[in-house]
Design a protein around this ligand. Structure first.
Ligand code: ADP
Ligand code: MG
Length: 340
């Protein structure tokens, strides 16, 4: 075969393979866009675990009607404009590929009204075929509707699981979001019924949110951590060793507000607990690591599940020492409690 340029739709479908693994990835990308747009309230309507429908509505800044086609164009973003911006990026998105990817593998609708506009507009895309922008009544903010995910990619559709499994992945991701953004109200409905609601409230005691998301036992045994050194800050909660898990299901790590998996940090936490946990048991934690954005690369993977630290050793040791200290203090405290 001769070398040829692939059509845009196919390029987007290939990219979708990396960005969109399952309905939960769509929910993640859409809600992150809502947060980047400054939303205070996000409504998520799902049908059949998101397989049939994912609709995300927000009250953020919206998109001007004439920019709707750009929003679904590949490598088009309002979040960065230069390499300098990329190196200091503070938004969750920046690659400009989520919407075009999702729109290429679903029946897709984007409706929005920008804060500076009196009118809303909408744009329909069907499996990558883009319609024209039409007027549509819409409050300030944005709605994205994704129907029949992977309907045109049978190979991917096959990999979607039962409604309950997909719903479980969505709920897990929402928990991790709810822990990070106490200020945002999240409402979820599933098959027409209210399924979950996280109140958005800056005044909400963070321990209430811990209780809501991770349960009473975690909240009861949570130790507050907050330590700063060498330009790094680690804060959040770790569970006292008496509260531990059979699996790593309650380990939440955020780097500059972004939920990530990081082997080095996970190892540091594990090491800090090594003297106080039985072999094979897992610690539970919700930890926020704040670092200078210039010392961490967030552009490692299209789905942004991972980051790369410039000084990984420093981050590891800082995490280890902070948690080891916190755990040592409670042990000392508990010993003092039982002393005569
Ligand atoms: P990225 O988030 O990486 O910029 P996306 O494909 O997710 O790429 O979105 C493309 C662009 O569309 C964004 O940069 C933003 O300008 C606009 N956009 C997407 N979703 C929303 C939203 N909910 N509210 C406002 N603007 C949005
Ligand atoms: Mg995005």
């Amino acid at each position: 075969m001769p070398i040829r340029q692939l059509p845009d739709t196919l390029i987007n479908q290939i990219a979708a393979g990396e960005v969109v693994e399952r309905p939960a990835s769509v929910v993640k990308e859409l809600v992150e866009n809502a947060l980047d747009a400054g939303a205070h309230r996000v409504e998520i309507d799902l049908e059949e675990g998101g397989i049939r429908l994912i609709r995300v509505r927000d009250d953020g800044g919206g998109i001007p009607a004439d920019e709707l086609p750009l929003a679904i164009s590949r490598h088009a973003t309002s979040k960065i404009a230069s390499l300098d911006d990329l190196e200091a990026v503070a938004t969750l998105g920046f690659r400009g590929e989520a919407l075009p990817s999702i729109a290429s593998v679903s029946r897709f609708m984007l409706a929005s009204r920008h804060t500076d506009s009196d009118h809303g507009a909408a744009l329909q895309v069907d499996g990558g075929r883009v319609g024209s922008v039409t007027p549509k009544a819409h409050p300030t903010g944005t709605t994205v509707e994704v129907r029949d995910l992977f309907y045109n990619v049978p190979a991917r559709r096959k990999f979607m699981r039962a409604e309950r499994t997909e719903m479980g992945h969505i709920e897990e991701w929402l928990r991790s979001l709810a822990l990070a953004r106490l200020d945002v109200e999240l409402r979820v409905s599933h098959n027409g019924r209210p399924a979950r609601r996280y109140r958005g409230d800056n005044m909400l005691a963070s321990t209430d949110r811990l209780f809501e998301t991770l349960g009473e036992e975690f909240a009861k045994h949570a130790l507050r951590v907050d330590h700063e050194a060498a330009g790094l800050r680690l804060h959040g909660w770790i569970a006292q060793p008496v509260y531990n898990r059979a699996s790593a299901d309650q380990q939440y790590l955020y780097v500059n507000g972004r939920s990530v998996r990081d082997r080095s940090v996970a190892h540091a936490v594990k090491q800090a607990y090594s003297d106080v946990l039985f072999h094979g048991r897992q610690p539970a934690y919700v930890l926020f690591l704040e670092v200078d954005p210039r010392t961490v690369d967030v552009n490692v993977h299209p789905a942004k599940h991972e980051v790369r630290f410039r000084e990984s050793r420093l981050v590891h040791d800082f995490t280890y020492r902070t948690l080891q200290q916190a755990l040592a203090e409670t042990r000392a405290g508990m010993a003092a409690d039982v002393a005569p």
